[in-house]
Ligand binder design. Structure first.
Ligand code: SF4
Length: 105
């Protein structure tokens, strides 16, 4: 299932990580929530492919070890989401449709 594009209205902020918000239930290692807001990656959908980090022209992603997660043992973290230039390359190329890019308020 892809990331829910309406997560900002359907989920609550449950915490912070690496300078960005985390949305929804977090119960490691199996449930990790959505990381980031304007560059949002659903870690419970992410397969750790890493194409987002490869194609991002401003290199804002960091790959994070998530050993024990049932889908993949690494996730793309939008560590510097404020630097996003909204090119949508990551969202379009993610094989799991785990990323949602939106305009910052
Ligand atoms: S939309 Fe473009 S700039 Fe923003 S995170 Fe994705 S690849 Fe990087």
């Amino acid at each position: 299932m892809p990331i829910d594009p309406d997560f900002q209205t359907k989920r609550q902020v449950s915490g912070e990580h690496n300078g960005h918000k985390v949305w929804g239930t977090v119960e490691p290692p199996a449930t990790l929530g959505i990381h980031g807001t304007n560059v949002a990656v659903d870690w419970d959908v992410c397969v750790g492919d890493g194409v987002c980090a490869d194609v991002c022209p401003v290199s804002l992603y960091e790959m994070i070890d998530t050993s024990g997660h049932p889908i993949s043992n690494r996730k793309a973290d939008p560590a510097r989401e404020k630097e996003c230039i909204q090119c949508l390359a990551c969202e379009m190329q993610c094989p799991a449709a785990a990323i949602k890019i939106t305009q910052a308020p």
